[in-house]
Ligand binder design. Structure first.
Ligand SMILES: [Zn+2]
Ligand SMILES: [Zn+2]
Length: 107
């Protein structure tokens, strides 16, 4: 009596030495660690290899911010306005300083 392996995802029979279901493409339930050779059920590998901690499934790089932030345009805070504000502030400061200076030496 030979062992038969079935895909836990689609229920179809899969070859014994296959690591991936040829029917649905899901990984076979029995997983072998590529690092230490530990073999076990696929769900025991969800948090990494139970023997050596090797992570079989690399974490998918999910962009949490969705890339909605457009780099072009830059609508908020135009640099021209800030430049004008800076010039106005500088002129005002200069005026105040000049007034103070004139008042100080006027006596
Ligand atoms: Zn399958
Ligand atoms: Zn391992």
């Amino acid at each position: 009596m030979r062992l038969r392996y079935f895909c836990e995802h689609c229920g179809k029979e899969v070859p014994r030495n296959s690591q991936r279901c040829p029917h649905c493409g899901k990984f076979f339930s029995s997983v072998q660690c590529p690092r230490c050779g530990h073999q076990g059920e696929g769900r025991t590998f969800e948090a990494g290899c139970p023997s050596c901690g090797y992570l079989r499934f690399p974490q998918p790089t999910v962009s949490r911010f969705g890339g909605q932030r457009g780099t072009r345009g830059g609508g908020s805070g135009s640099p021209a306005l800030y430049r004008i504000l800076g010039i106005v502030l500088t002129l005002a400061l200069l005026g105040i300083l000049a007034l103070l200076f004139l008042r100080g030496t006027g006596r």
